[in-house]
Design a binder for this molecule. Structure first.
Ligand SMILES: C[S@@+](CC[C@H](N)C(=O)[O-])C[C@H]1O[C@@H](n2cnc3c(N)ncnc32)[C@H](O)[C@@H]1O
Length: 258
């Protein structure tokens, strides 16, 4: 399911006209913007990259992976086994793991912090491991979006049911496969994350909240249900005076170490 997203991003980068179905999706545009930033901001030559909770999929440009020594850390050894892009693999907890200080040019933590109970521990580890001017790229869902609220107030078995039956992901819930239990520590809220990272000595160089890719996927696969969700979202947005769009359930953020 998630590899499809990266395939679409790469196809859009190389052959824009082949991917009309995807090209308007906000997640693709946002990931392309992150790719451009990483390519322009990171130093030339070999790169030291730390993928925290890397699992089996990377969302950074293949050109960077190709010149990177990529350390992938994940607490789940089945995820690590399926990872094909790592130079070094480690089964460890990113909340307590401390890698050699000032070693990495880039830390990537993609769809992981929502699963952590000690987000500050993980962020402190990233800060320590990065060189000055190093970048942290974090992707996460927004706890206060429609999907975030439903996720927070429903049991894990329901998340598995949604992945299996609405998203048609047949491996959902099997050991080592998503959905992983979600915690939603307060630091996952983007405002809190920005404040905390600032205290650790980081500036924001890119931040974007966008419509989760689940909505376009549902519009293609389950149009009736998607129309109902859109209607619910429009009503809630109206009640909030359209100050937010509750479908904007995910964000990408890139920080630079001062
Ligand atoms: C939703 S998956 C995302 C995987 C990958 N980053 C991606 O985007 O495909 C979340 C990953 O975080 C890992 N994870 C959860 N808690 C962790 C922890 N404390 N330390 C290391 N990895 C963790 C899970 O095992 C899983 O591989």
């Amino acid at each position: 399911m998630e590899n499809q997203l990266m395939d679409a991003v790469l196809a859009t980068e190389t052959r824009p006209s082949d991917t009309e179905e995807w090209a308007d999706e906000q997640v693709i545009k946002s990931l392309l913007a992150v790719h451009r930033i990483l390519e322009s901001e990171l130093p030339r030559g070999r790169l030291a990259i730390y993928e925290a909770g890397g699992g089996s999929t990377s969302y950074i440009p293949p050109t960077l992976l190709a010149r990177g020594d990529v350390t992938v850390v994940d607490v789940d050894e089945r995820q690590i086994e399926r990872c094909s892009y790592a130079t070094t693999k480690r089964v460890a907890d990113i909340q307590t793991l401390r890698l050699p200080p000032s070693t990495f040019d880039l830390v990537v933590c993609f769809n992981v912090i929502e699963h952590l109970t000690d987000v500050d521990g993980a962020l402190r580890g990233f800060a320590e491991a990065l060189r000055p001017n190093g970048l942290v790229f974090i992707a996460a869902p927004t706890p206060r979006s429609l999907a975030g609220v439903v996720t927070r107030f429903s049991p894990h078995w329901f998340h598995i049911w949604v992945y299996r039956h609405l998203f048609r992901y047949s491996d959902a819930g099997k050991p080592g496969y998503p959905p992983f239990p979600t915690v939603f520590h307060p630091l996952v809220r983007i405002e809190n994350l920005k404040r905390f990272m600032s205290t650790l000595g980081f500036d924001v160089i890119y931040a974007n909240q966008y419509e989760s890719e689940r909505y376009p996927a549902l519009r293609r696969r389950r149009p009736g249900f998607a129309r109902l969700l859109d209607l619910i979202a429009v009503v809630i947005n109206g009640m909030m005076l359209n100050s937010v769009d509750v479908r904007h359930g995910d964000y990408h953020i890139v920080f630079r170490k001062r």
